[in-house]
Design a protein around this ligand. Structure first.
Ligand SMILES: Nc1ncnc2c1ncn2[C@@H]1O[C@H](COP(=O)(O)OP(=O)(O)OP(=O)(O)O)[C@@H](O)[C@H]1O
Length: 282
């Protein structure tokens, strides 16, 4: 079943053509990397998928689970309900810093409980148990009572993923979730994304600057340049030479900063098996 169908999506901001006729189909349960140099349109595409922006022109269209989320610059009739099935995680500012980690995760229940209970944060025992279990899943149960502002960057991302689990979102879109993390923390976040994809069947789209992570974790990569999709295929094909062909001088932005040279996936034992994720403790 198709989870996301993007057709002829274009978007202009002033003189910048941020998206150019993007068409893309993502199946339910896929884990897809979105790569591209700075300014290539990744965040703009993600914001459209999240229902935060409207595409330009009559042809721009996005369907989620076969239903129209937006078409021709207008929201579809079921757009609000569809939005509840999607969770978006940004590079930062995902949590309310002054609230506890547990309360932040409990916020995933909003939209499924009454406005009164939501306003006064009146969560029942079952809902609290679900939030605690989600924190356990992402390996940060010990932080439940801490203020969210005290978490490390990687822990914050994992708490946001726990909230996605509580929300029971079916699509998780993560916009550069590991951009400001050290390699070990980045791997933990990617492990958790791979785990919710493999065990919960959540469709995951993750935008990344470092192609090495795309190769290790995502079977499929969509590559963008100047607002257009310039390549869509198996991540194992993304050798440095091929990136050089796709991006020319800006290919350097997409490989590991420490100069490590990614090898084709077929040439090395996989560093990670998405089917058997290993979650390290916090
Ligand atoms: N709200 C906006 N107003 C004006 N220009 C915008 C707006 N949002 C995005 N743009 C422009 O659209 C282009 C695509 O930006 P976008 O943020 O989607 O790129 P990106 O690939 O996510 O980049 P990065 O990797 O740096 O986050 C850029 O030229 C950006 O300056």
């Amino acid at each position: 079943m198709t989870a996301i169908q993007v057709s002829n999506l274009s978007k202009r901001f002033g003189r910048t053509q941020a998206l150019r006729d993007v068409s893309l189909s993502i199946g339910k349960g896929e884990m897809v990397a979105l790569i591209g140099a700075s300014g290539s349109g990744k965040s703009t595409l993600i914001r459209h998928l999240a229902g935060l922006e409207m595409g330009d022109g009559a042809a721009s269209r996005i369907e989620l689970f076969g239903r129209v989320a937006q078409s021709g610059g207008r929201l579809g009739p079921q757009a609000k309900e569809l939005r509840g099935r999607v969770s978006v995680i940004f590079q930062q500012f995902n949590l309310v810093g002054r609230m506890s980690v547990l309360t932040n995760v409990l916020l995933g229940h909003l939209g499924k409980i009454s406005r009164f209970r939501g306003t006064f944060a009146l969560f029942n025992r079952t809902e609290k148990a679900a939030a605690s279990a989600a924190l356990e899943r992402v390996g940060i149960a010990k932080t439940a009572r801490q203020r969210a502002s005290t978490l490390s960057g990687g822990q914050q991302q994992r708490a946001a993923i726990a909230r996605t689990l509580v929300q029971r979102a079916e699509i998780l879109i993560a916009d550069e979730p590991i951009a400001s993390l050290d390699p070990a923390s980045a791997r933990r976040v990617m492990d958790v994304l791979a785990d919710v994809n493999a065990r919960d069947g959540i469709t995951v789209i993750v935008s990344l600057h470092q192609v090495e992570f795309a190769r290790q974790y995502c079977p499929r990569t969509v590559a963008m340049r100047d607002g257009a999709v310039i390549w869509d295929g198996p991540s194992s094909a993304l050798t440095n030479a091929f990136l050089g062909e796709l991006y020319g001088a800006s290919a350097g932005e997409l490989v590991l900063a420490d100069g490590a040279v990614p090898q084709p996936a077929s040439a090395t034992a996989p560093a990670h098996s998405p089917k058997q994720p290993v979650l390290e403790p916090a």
